[in-house]
Write a protein that binds this ligand. Structure first.
Ligand code: UD1
Ligand code: CA
Length: 484
């Protein structure tokens, strides 16, 4: 595409006060119910790649124009969709009654007719790339078209609208025929309408009143704008993408699974290209925003979710589920760990089967072992809690040894209280620490102690019943039982 042609085109300054660049809005159609999903959840909130369908599309749109020029057209469960997408900063237009894709644009007319061009995206087609939307926009501007549609050649075009070109070599389109209205010869056409368009706002809104509901669904079809504009002697063109999988829509659960798989594989490929080893990528579930530094190894059957960040030279072994956590360099995560909202220091060793709940901060080189649950704790540098413990609401210093079976009793039935364990403390196995409590630096807690009051530094805390020994007791007992 020649840049010069584009800039000379935009220099003509359509509409707005002689501005040199056209004013472009993006409209995202997201009001439909998604009947084919058989779900209480609105279609566009169904997730692929760890995010709602609509959020993927909004993200792409917001890279084309500022969020203030993006309009999500919502209708079915509108409040729920609005709440879920509020953080994106885009505008919402309410299509209270969903009377078709054409009707969606009619309803948005007030918001959109002040722009020069409107890019229309489908809220249920999240694989669309920013590059393709840019190409489509630029092609539209270059062709000086009233309507430009993105088409794709599909192996199996069933269910999609088909593109009827004036002649096979021309970019010009005569009309789009929906599957239900297509004749058997039209059904053989493999070039489909992707549901992505660019319109000149003046042509769209000057002619949208001509749409009718004379079709199988008794709806206003946006696709009919092709024929309407052709009849008005306006230019309608199609630009065919070379990557047809970009236009796939998630109309059914099976299609959602297909899109999800494509996204996750693409994510794994990107990570591998960036120097991360991913074994059996088809078994790993890695969300779009996850970041991993080079030379880290992800073993089979690992889930890395949300905003998880992993440093370099780590190893995440099989069956870990890690969400919204930050892992430093050189960390070993052994099999079966579950982590959420945790922060792990360089060189730490976790698992197998550790459960790190929100607010767990594990220090450099620290160890958290099997069947240890942590919540809202700081575990200092080089400290170890290797077996069978619950550590909650605790500040634990450096070089501390937490013996097997240690429990911080943080909850009194009403409130949560903090346990402070200073540097170098040794907590013997099977100890319970009843919070609020402070164990001073270098103190020593005897195994099986129940500690209920603070321990000064370097002291011994011993809180268990005195041992009693009764010589010969067991032998006498056995004899007595056998006589009965
Ligand atoms: C549409 C196209 C079809 C194209 C296909 C590509 C029409 C009539 N047909 O069919 O040519 O091949 O997309 O995927 O446009 N929506 C609203 N308001 C409504 C109705 C729908 O916002 O009143 C939204 C939906 O939420 C969805 C999008 O528009 O995100 C497309 O609607 P959908 O019903 O999925 O259209 P398709 O049957 O897929
Ligand atoms: Ca669709």
């Amino acid at each position: 595409m020649k840049k010069s042609k584009l800039s000379s085109r935009s220099a003509e300054g359509r509409g707005s006060a002689g501005a040199s660049t056209p004013r472009v809005a993006v409209a995202i159609m997201a009001a439909g119910k998604g009947t084919r999903l058989k779900s209480q959840l609105p279609k566009v909130l169904h997730e692929v790649g760890g995010k709602p369908l609509l959020e993927h599309v909004i993200r792409a749109a917001a890279q084309i124009v500022p969020a203030k020029d993006v309009y999500a057209i919502i209708g079915h469960e509108a409040e729920r969709v609005r709440r879920a997408m509020a953080h994106t900063g885009v505008n919402f237009v309410l299509q209270a009654e969903q009377r078709g894709t054409g009707h969606a644009l009619i309803v948005a007319g007030e918001a959109l007719s002040g722009y020069d061009h409107v890019i229309v995206l489908s809220g249920d087609a999240p694989l669309i790339t920013v590059e393709t939307i840019r190409w489509l926009r630029d092609f539209h501007l270059q062709e000086q078209a009233a309507m430009t549609l993105l088409s794709a050649e599909l192996e199996n075009p069933t269910g999609y609208g088909r593109v009827l070109r004036r002649n096979p070599r021309s970019a010009e389109v005569q009309r789009i025929v929906e599957e239900k209205a297509a004749t058997s010869s039209q059904k053989k056409i493999r070039e489909i309408n992707s549901g992505f368009y660019v319109f000149s706002a003046k042509d769209l809104y000057g002619n949208i009143g001509k749409l009718s509901t004379d079709n199988a669904h008794a709806e206003y079809y946006l696709t009919d704008m092709a024929e309407v504009l052709c009849k008005a002697h306006r230019r309608v063109v199609a630009w065919k993408t070379s990557n047809p999988s970009e236009v796939l829509g998630g109309n059914t659960r099976a299609e959602l699974a297909d899109i999800d798989e494509k996204m996750r594989l693409a994510k794994c490929r990107q990570l591998m290209a960036d120097g991360v080893t991913v074994f059996y990528p088809t078994t790993c579930v890695i969300d779009a925003d996850v970041e991993i530094a080079p030379d880290t190894v992800i073993e089979p059957y690992v889930q890395l979710l949300g905003n998880t960040k992993i440093g370099a030279e780590c190893r995440v072994r099989s069956y870990c589920v890690i969400r919204d956590s930050e892992i430093g360099d050189g960390v070993m995560v052994r099999p079966g760990c579950v982590m959420e909202g945790a922060k792990i220091g360089t060189g730490a060793i976790l698992g197998p089967y550790s459960h790190l709940r929100p607010g767990s901060e594990i220090g450099e080189g620290a160890h958290v072992g099997n069947f240890v649950e942590t919540k809202k704790i700081k575990l200092g540098k080089g400290s170890k809690a290797n077996h069978l413990s619950y550590l909650g609401d605790a500040e634990i210093g450096a070089g501390v040894n937490i013996g097997a079976g240690t429990i911080t009793c943080n909850y009194d039935g009403v409130n949560k209280h903090t346990t402070v364990i200073e540097d170098g403390v040794f907590v013997g196995s099977d100890s319970t620490l009843v919070a609020p409590i402070r164990v001073g630096k270098g103190a020593y807690i005897a195994a099986a102690s129940c500690i209920t009051s603070d321990l000064p530094p370097d002291s011994l805390g011993l809180g268990r019943a005195q041992q009693v020994v009764k010589e010969g007791w067991a032998k006498r007992k056995r004899a007595e039982v056998s006589k009965r």
